[in-house]
Write a protein that binds this ligand. Structure first.
Ligand SMILES: Nc1ncnc2c1ncn2[C@@H]1O[C@H](COP(=O)(O)OP(=O)(O)OP(=O)(O)O)[C@@H](O)[C@H]1O
Ligand SMILES: [Mg+2]
Length: 428
């Protein structure tokens, strides 16, 4: 799949953008603070209705504006789909081919984008909450249903916590209600936990294969799912449900005293390991970077396998963060993948890729085409017509509007941002 055209209006510092990307490599070049990451963010929001920078999509609206529009034509299997997102201060709307999408799941999965940014390089050391978000995002790309399951869990958990908090403040609570929420939390928590566990076990193998290629000899990677409490011994979804149900019951008096829930997948961690030890404690910075790079490449290759095509890959200023050898490994994988890539940099001349590419200059939120380099010797299967998308001028409205049946995505966008707006971190 690839983005044929990208539009944005009043999205952060981008007043107005109409971009005709290359189906292969696109380099966004510009000084610091000019809007390069904003372009990538717009693509991420279009793909997943969430941002890697904020849990509140309204923050993406230009400071002085009331709303922002982003849209794209996505080419996939010979058909083009128009995706539109309208961000408002209070609610957001999404459109597919001009029609309002009534649910996020009817929208999700049409554009799959994987972002690799400087923040990812800290993943092994980051807060468990960030690793959970990373894991859920990866799982979501493979199984879009995961977010709905997660949302159900989070809703049950939030209701249970609200009740516990009420009790802690001395208000009377209906204890039978806790029973109801316990059942919900156990049921949906089991599904979330089982999917995370299965996915991590599978992903661990893909990661190890890639890590063998990008890391120094003698180093072995690992990725381990680490839930809190007895969940770690459960083997299937039914066992997880039973374990969670009994732990919630056992710990109810503790939870009532503390005012929050002390067991469940909201406390899960996923641990990166190097030679069997947690990378957080034992790996050097360079080794951690190699781990993350391998995880990203494994994410893309496994996605490509399950989608049957390459996702759109977004690389935010990664080259400057990796050493020369890791950069070469990354670029070699990019060449082999053959999908569409957007890459930001402060100096395009430092990006060494052999693929056909287009360079765009980003200045003060404006994006202009700089040049195009087509590599003729290399047959990457791109017809010339695909390189220059026809009819670019007749691009249509940036975002479709339509009042009938317009989706209110205020809740839905929170659904797409697991844990992003939770008021209180539960780790530790
Ligand atoms: N909601 C907003 N409305 C208007 N401008 C915004 C908004 N949010 C951020 N900005 C502006 O966007 C600019 C940053 O853009 P961006 O992060 O894309 O820069 P960049 O080119 O990626 O820079 P760097 O190379 O440092 O990563 C800043 O000037 C910032 O003030
Ligand atoms: Mg940036």
């Amino acid at each position: 799949m690839y983005i044929e055209r990208l539009y944005a209006e009043r999205f952060r510092n981008i007043e107005r953008l109409e971009l005709l990307p290359h189906p292969r490599v696109n380099i966004l070049e510009g000084d610091n603070g000019q809007g390069k990451t904003n372009v990538l963010e717009a693509i991420v929001v279009l793909a997943s209705l969430r941002s890697f920078r904020t849990g509140r999509l309204s923050e993406c609206i230009e400071f002085d504006a009331d709303q922002s529009s982003i849209a794209s034509h996505v080419q996939r299997g010979g058909a083009s789909t128009h995706l539109g997102v309208q961000l408002g201060r209070r609610r957001h709307r999404v459109f597919v081919d001009g029609k309002a999408a009534s649910t996020t799941s009817s929208y999700a999965g049409r554009l799959v984008a994987v972002l690799f940014g400087p923040g990812d390089l800290a993943l092994p050391h980051a807060d468990p909450a960030l690793r959970r978000r990373w894991l859920d995002r990866v799982i979501f790309n493979h199984h879009p249903i995961h977010l709905a399951d997660l949302r159900r869990y989070e809703r049950g958990l939030a209701s249970r916590n609200a009740l516990l908090k009420q009790h802690r403040r001395g208000s009377h609570i209906d204890v039978t209600l806790i029973d109801v929420y316990d059942r919900l939390v156990a049921e949906h928590g089991a599904v979330v936990s089982e999917r995370r566990a299965t996915f991590v076990a599978d992903f661990d193998r893909s990661l190890a294969a890639v890590f063998g290629e990008v890391a120094s000899p003698g180093l072995v990677s690992g990725l381990r799912y680490v839930p809190r409490g007895a969940l770690k011994d459960a083997v299937d979804v039914e066992a997880r449900r039973a374990v969670l149900a009994s732990e919630l019951a056992e710990r109810r008096s503790t939870d009532l005293r503390l005012g929050y829930t002390t067991r469940g997948p909201h406390l899960d961690d996923v641990v990166f390991e190097l030679n069997g030890r947690p990378a957080r404690v034992h790996a050097s910075q360079g080794q951690c970077r190699a781990l993350v790079l391998a995880a990203k490449i494994a994410e893309i290759t496994s996605l490509e396998r399950s989608l049957g095509e390459s996702p759109v890959l977004l690389l935010d200023d990664v080259s400057s963060e990796l050493d020369a050898e890791r950069n070469r490994a990354l670029m070699a994988h990019l060449e082999a993948l053959g999908g569409q890539v957007f890459l930001t940099t402060t100096a395009a001349r430092h990006i060494r890729v052999a693929s056909p590419r287009r360079v765009f200059l980003v200045r003060g939120g404006e994006v202009h085409r700089a040049d195009e380099i087509d590599v003729e010797e290399k047959d990457d299967g791109l017809a010339p017509s695909a390189v220059e998308a026809p009819g670019a001028e007749a691009s249509g409205p940036v975002t479709e509007t339509g009042e009938a049946g317009v989706a209110d995505l205020t809740a839905a966008s929170a659904e797409m941002a697991p844990g992003a707006e939770s008021s209180k971190p539960m780790d530790g």
